[in-house]
Design a protein around this ligand. Sequence first.
Ligand code: CA
Length: 236
Amino acid sequence: MANLVMIVEDEEALALLLKYNLEKEGFLVKCVNRGNIALAEIEKHQPSVIILDWMLPEMSGVEICKLLRSKPDIKNIPVIMLTAKGEEEDKIKGLTAGADDYVTKPFSIPELVARVKAQMRRAPEPQTATELVFEDIRMDLVEKKVFRGENFIHLGPTEFRLLKMMMETPGKIFSREYLLKNVWGTNIYVETRTVDVHIRRLRKSLNEYGADYIRTVRATGYGLDHTPQNEAEDNA
Ligand code: CA
């Protein structure tokens, strides 16, 4: 299941603390407190990332990790191993068992959350994101709606697709030709200047409620930039 983090940890207080903090970050979380049922739960729920404690009743984290790596349906799920031991030797044992990352207790919650996010980015599941976020711009991919803060931004279908493409790869500058091909499609005849017209419309709608993050690169194209653009440079 996309966006699901499975916590395999028998210390209930720690598991709940992690659950609370990961849910706050928008992840779905499922907790398992015993080693012997962990694999069955992982196979059943197919999480995107597993946080696996080393010391567990019935079966250790290292054993679970080794077994997991031998099962084709779950072997690619990233595993972050938790341990109270800090010795280098244990770390090596954990990593050779197939863990992708290794965190020693006590750890800071923000650090673990950051590591979960890093592993989530390389989770093997198909992209099933339900929203895209860039600065204060939020795109709901299910409802096909765009917001800046609380404000709903009305966009036409072409402007929506243009913004979606840019939000999927922020920082990338897309050429007009590329945008034409991927937003309009190859079998429709439109001039490259049409792109400028739609970018202008997109800007107008978006910028009503905030800074202009659409970057214009003269003679090249458009993309999103975290630094708001100077109005004077806008030649779209
Ligand atoms: Ca434990």
